[in-house]
Design a binder for this molecule. Structure first.
Ligand code: PMP
Length: 365
């Protein structure tokens, strides 16, 4: 067989993104909504999809959905762009503002896709590690920005996987301190109830990312969007694939967005569960939960890898971050239904108790 020459050098040694999705009874690993779109809404979606012409290319910029999102945010359509999930728009950011000779500022531990996209596009990454409590080292960030070579910055608010939103005052100071494009990733803003949206009026260098995958139960459909000033949107339009948002997804998104108020009780339930689960974790010896403004809780414990195995053997899949730098001993659990959360708590407590008795036994032996 003839040989193939090597792929682009930036791919050497690169490990593809792995969501670590395994079969389980309770999926508490991917920050999805535990409740699927309800039956009535599915019916409406089905009827709308039945009318979608499948032989025609979709509207490239998803005009219908774009207008609905613009109106809901008090903006014109030229301030909005729809993408094939937030992930596509994150990649577009690296294509449009990154590239060889360009640099992004990143605040790990954070969503790993940011650094991966930089690497794929030959963008240099400057990491400023978060402090012990996972807040951004603000002074280090301003000092680094003052050098003047940063082309874009990504701040997740709330930050995945650590959980807390970013103080609004910092975002404002950041936007004032630089002309770099600042992306505020608000994938989980429906659970934190805080948005940088008011700052769009005064800052051309702000872009806000949101998704339908979390609060709106549409992770399977792939819809995300950005809000930004028209000059920024125009650059994103240049790098996107023309038909990345298919006609069926556009139709689903329109129905769901029109009926978005229906998701409010589910969002409230998740926020309440977050409080209840955090309290149960705090009351469990050896478990340290971190505060969260999102739909998951990060926790630290001894033997986190073993705990992950134990949970998984008993049907509960959570995300193991214990091998990630700065997240040693950490697991992330997405808020499920109250029943799933109860199951998670009782399994984790059983693990801690079994380990305790194993240790006591070992001490006696
Ligand atoms: N940003 C953050 C912080 C996320 O956690 C995710 C999903 N894991 C995304 C963006 C992208 O989500 P999606 O592509 O499903 O819209």
């Amino acid at each position: 067989m003839n040989r193939v020459r090597a792929a682009a050098p930036q791919l050497a040694g690169l490990v593809p993104y792995d969501p670590k999705y395994l079969p389980a009874e309770a999926f508490l690993s991917a920050n999805e909504n535990p409740r699927d779109v309800d039956g009535e809404l599915r019916e409406l979606i089905g009827r709308r999809i039945a009318k979608v012409p499948l032989n025609r290319y979709p509207d490239p910029l998803a005009g219908g959905l774009r207008d609905m999102i613009a109106e809901a945010n008090g903006l014109d359509r030229d301030h909005v762009l729809i993408g094939n999930g937030g992930d596509e728009l994150l990649f577009n950011l690296a294509l449009a503002w990154g590239g060889p000779g360009r640099t992004c500022l990143n605040f790990p531990p954070t969503f790993s896709v940011y650094a991966a996209n930089a690497r794929l596009t030959n963008t240099a990454v400057v990491d400023i590690a978060r402090t012990e409590d996972f807040s951004i080292d603000e002074e280090a960030a301003f000092e680094r920005l003052a050098v003047g070579d940063i082309d874009y910055v990504i701040v997740a608010s709330p930050n995945n996987p650590t959980g807390l939103r970013c103080p609004q005052a910092f975002i404002e100071r950041l936007l004032d301190a630089t002309d770099a494009l600042v992306m505020v990733d608000e994938a989980y803003f429906e659970f934190s109830r805080q948005t940088a949206r008011p700052l769009l009026a005064t800052h051309e260098n702000l872009v806000i990312l949101r998704t339908f995958s979390k609060a709106f139960s549409l992770a399977g459909v792939r819809l995300g969007y950005i809000l930004a000033n028209p000059a920024v949107i125009r650059e994103f339009v240049k790098v996107r694939q023309p038909y990345s948002v298919d006609a069926v997804s556009q139709a689903v998104g329109e129905v769901v967005f029109e009926h978005r108020a229906r998701f409010e009780p589910g969002i409230r339930e998740i926020i309440e569960e977050r409080g209840r689960v955090a309290e149960a974790l705090r009351a469990t010896p050896g478990i340290v939960p971190f505060p969260s403004d999102s739909n998951w809780i990060l926790l630290r414990m001894e033997d986190a890898g073993e705990a992950w195995e134990y949970l998984y053997e008993h049907g509960v899949l959570v995300r193991d971050f214990s091998a990630t730098p700065l997240l040693e001993g950490c697991l992330r659990v997405t808020m499920g239904t109250p029943e799933q959360n109860d199951r998670f708590i009782s399994l984790l407590r059983a693990f801690v108790a079994e380990r305790g008795s194993r240790r006591a036994q070992a001490a006696r032996d």
